[in-house]
Write a protein that binds this ligand. Structure first.
Ligand code: BGC
Length: 252
């Protein structure tokens, strides 16, 4: 299957585009719609219907990112989204609403899949840990390119705190931290990951990764750490890839 549709569901915007899976890029211009408030599953499903109607000639499976734990289509956590998501069979709700074959995946896992297939970690073997630094910290574990889903390492307890409450990009802006101050917190965070997993590579995604030159050189780590390259396309591209691979598996 060479194209699939990707939808990136975030706190402020819902973005969607058909994706050319041969190259890992949008096959048509992306559409963005504001996230409804409250962002309950039913309200979000309506936006997906609208989004897909904007691309009437694009069929095929649809992948959707969700910023929470997703097991077999069911959402199990909602750290930064409406609690109504918990326990929702999102695959079923979205498939029913849109009439399409929808597959839901954790947002960081989608970004990890995209970066390992098409981006910063393409062709890298061993253990790659992708982290997204945004409102929360999302993580994806990839071993020889294969995803171990729902790692949720943003919620490790470090020095008595939920790690993302101290080291996410939202903590930097909320507490008006300098790059140096934030880099100290990130060093503490990534060193904990190093101790636990001995990874071969860290990839840093999330909107702030476009400012990587301001903070990555300040980190003091033994593991190579590089910025993501797909930037804000990673969610949509990774979701589409996940959907295509899930649909293929269902056929086999
Ligand atoms: C959630 C993760 C998500 C991350 C980034 C965390 O708070 O628990 O599931 O991947 O935020 O959105």
């Amino acid at each position: 299957m060479n194209t699939a549709f990707g939808i990136d569901f975030g706190g402020t915007g819902i973005k969607g585009a058909p994706v050319d899976l041969a190259v890992g890029d949008f096959a048509a211009e992306r559409v963005r719609i504001r996230t409804p408030e409250p962002s309950t599953p039913a309200a979000v499903a309506q936006i997906f219907v609208e989004l897909l109607e904007r691309f009437p000639d694009r069929d095929g499976p649809v992948g959707v990112t969700v910023p929470g734990v997703v097991r077999h289509g069911v959402v199990h956590s909602a750290a930064n989204i409406d609690p109504a998501w918990i326990g929702t069979d999102a695959d079923a709700v979205f498939t029913e609403a849109t009439g399409r074959d929808v597959h839901v995946v954790n947002d960081a896992d989608a970004a990890g899949l995209a970066e390992v297939r098409y981006g910063a970690a393409a062709g890298r073997r061993g253990l790659v840990i992708l982290t997204t630094l945004g409102t929360g910290i999302g993580t994806a574990l990839l071993y020889d390119g294969v995803l171990v889903p729902n790692s949720e390492l943003g919620h490790l307890e470090i020095d008595g705190h939920d790690a993302e409450s101290r080291a996410a990009n939202s903590a930097r802006t909320r507490e008006e931290l300098s790059w140096e101050q934030w880099a100290q917190r990130l060093t503490r965070y990534y060193r904990t990951l190093e101790r636990l997993f001995s990874p071969d590579l860290f990839v840093v995604g999330g909107g702030v990764s476009k400012e990587a030159a301001s903070f990555l050189p300040l980190l003091d780590l033994s593991t190579e750490i590089i910025p993501a390259t797909l930037r804000n396309r990673a969610g949509v591209v990774g979701a589409a890839l996940y959907a295509a691979e899930s649909a293929d598996r269902a056929v086999r």
